[in-house]
Design a protein around this ligand. Structure first.
Ligand code: PLP
Length: 452
């Protein structure tokens, strides 16, 4: 007999057991409403996901139409119009050299699949010794074991270390913190990019499979863009040593930085490029790897079978949502709005916080902007992590009805407290002004409570 028990507040194992979050009951444009009718301006798209806001009619209609035909058919048996059309749409708008799209259900799955595809590529071309992956410190590529292994976010890795595969980490391109006094941008970019060559030579040039990097770093550092020339040198090194370049555009991609792909602004392309988040705008969970011709050819002309798969890959309703998302972005010329509102957001943040005693850096591209908070602007010393400044800002902003994405501080391997803004591409000038106003109120709340 089952024992009578008192009903807990929730049966959900939430990410945090400290407090049950409010329930999101409705979405309208850039706002989410909870069960008490309180509204939240989504200034971070959740985690840089909701690029069309929360009630886009075209995406909803496309999903309804797909469900009325067929919601899902296993990709081991069937393709679908939605999957084929989405792949064509992605490949025809992809960086040079991309030939195919491989679908998954999210960012971590995309990283896993990219790592395995890189490994299989080298088996197909008769280079079985290539197995090592190099990534960068202060990076995040997902939470599954392979993705966690390559990520350089030590706090997330620490307790799972015994389960992780070996990966090496070089310096990120993090100008605000690491550029030396008097060092030009070009010299700085070359210096940190050349760490890749050193790492490849240390591991053995013939044993390295891939280098993984985000073109514009999101969650771990708050919208850190590379200096000009950095990725050109990275590409050169990868080509010289036959190492694959895996670009993680899960967060910075699909229009977030003002171009469809963030890497377009660097004038190079990857061999594999992961996308997710904004791909389906949060209406459905979907990710993909954009696969270059050389890798597609090697697998097609070799074993003919990528040894990997997930039950929901190429899910028809997810593909229909993503296709409608991408078409909507083009039809409404939303990338132009990303550029315009992104500049306004950057100007607003700079005007309001440019001289703020605890704001060290304001940075980013398009509607992907970061604010780095510091205890001392001169020395750039971060706040003591025990103060949990970033978590307090998240809480204060949420209380004021603003969703912002703070990170860092409490996390070793991540330097400083950052707040990331990644609002939907549909934001207006008034929305941007409101974001800046609410953020100011939130940080004032925190600094006042901290006695600063
Ligand atoms: N890669 C990057 C750069 C990310 O920011 C994230 C998530 O934040 C991931 C991968 C993992 O994506 P997901 O959370 O969809 O598994």
């Amino acid at each position: 007999m089952t024992q009578p028990h008192s009903k807990p507040e929730t049966y959900v194992l939430h990410r945090s057991s400290v407090a049950t979050p409010p329930r999101a009951v409705r979405g309208e444009g850039i706002y989410i409403f909870d069960q008490n009718g309180k509204s939240y301006l989504d200034a971070c798209g959740g985690a840089a996901v909701s690029c069309l806001g929360h009630s886009d009619p075209a995406v909803r209609a496309a999903m309804h139409a797909q469900i009325d035909q067929i919601a899902y058919a296993h990709s081991g048996f069937f393709s679908s119009d939605a999957m084929e059309e989405l792949a064509e749409d992605l490949v025809t708008h992809a960086p040079e050299g991309i030939a195919k799209a491989y679908f998954v259900s999210g960012g971590s799955e995309a990283t896993e699949a990219a790592l395995k595809m890189a490994r299989q590529y080298f088996l197909e071309i008769g280079q079985p010794d290539r197995k090592y992956v190099i990534a960068r410190r202060q990076s995040y590529h997902g939470n599954t074991l392979g993705a966690l292994s390559v990520g350089g976010n030590m706090w997330r890795r620490k307790q799972f270390e015994p389960l992780l595969i070996t990966a090496s980490h070089i310096a990120p391109c993090y100008q605000y913190r690491d550029q030396l006094p008097g060092e030009s941008d070009e010299a700085y970019g070359l210096r940190v990019a050349n760490e890749l060559e050193t790492a490849i030579l240390e591991l053995g040039a013939d044993s390295v499979a891939a280098f993984v990097a985000e073109p514009v770093v999101g969650a771990t550092s708050g919208a850190v863009a590379p200096v000009p020339g950095y990725f050109k040198r990275i590409r050169e090194i990868c080509d010289q040593y036959g190492v694959l370049l895996i670009l993680d555009e899960v967060m910075c991609g699909m229009g977030r930085t003002g171009t469809l792909h963030a890497i377009e602004q660097e004038g190079v392309a990857g061999d594999l490029q992961t996308i997710a988040k904004g791909l389906g705008a949060g209406y459905q969970p979907i990710g993909a790897i954009l696969v270059s011709k050389k890798i597609d050819d090697a697998i097609a002309n070799g074993s003919g079978f990528f040894q990997h798969g997930h039950t929901y890959q190429g899910h028809a309703t997810a593909c229909a949502a993503a296709l409608a998302t991408q078409r909507t972005i083009r039809e409404r010329d939303l990338l132009a709005n990303v550029v315009k509102q992104g500049e306004l957001l950057a100007d607003g943040l700079r005007e309001r916080f440019g001289q703020h005693p605890f704001v060290g850096d304001i940075r980013g591209r398009g509607l992907f902007r970061g604010v780095e908070l510091v205890a001392d602007r001169e020395t750039k010393d971060p706040f003591d992590p025990s103060r949990k400044i970033n978590a307090k800002i998240k809480k204060a902003a949420f209380a004021r009805g603003l969703m912002a994405y703070p990170m860092g501080g409490t996390i070793d391997g991540v330097r400083g407290d950052h707040v990331l803004f990644a609002p939907p591409f549909i934001v207006t000038e008034d929305d941007v002004a409101k974001i800046v106003d609410l953020f100011e109120l939130a940080i004032n709340d925190v600094f006042a409570a901290e006695g600063l």
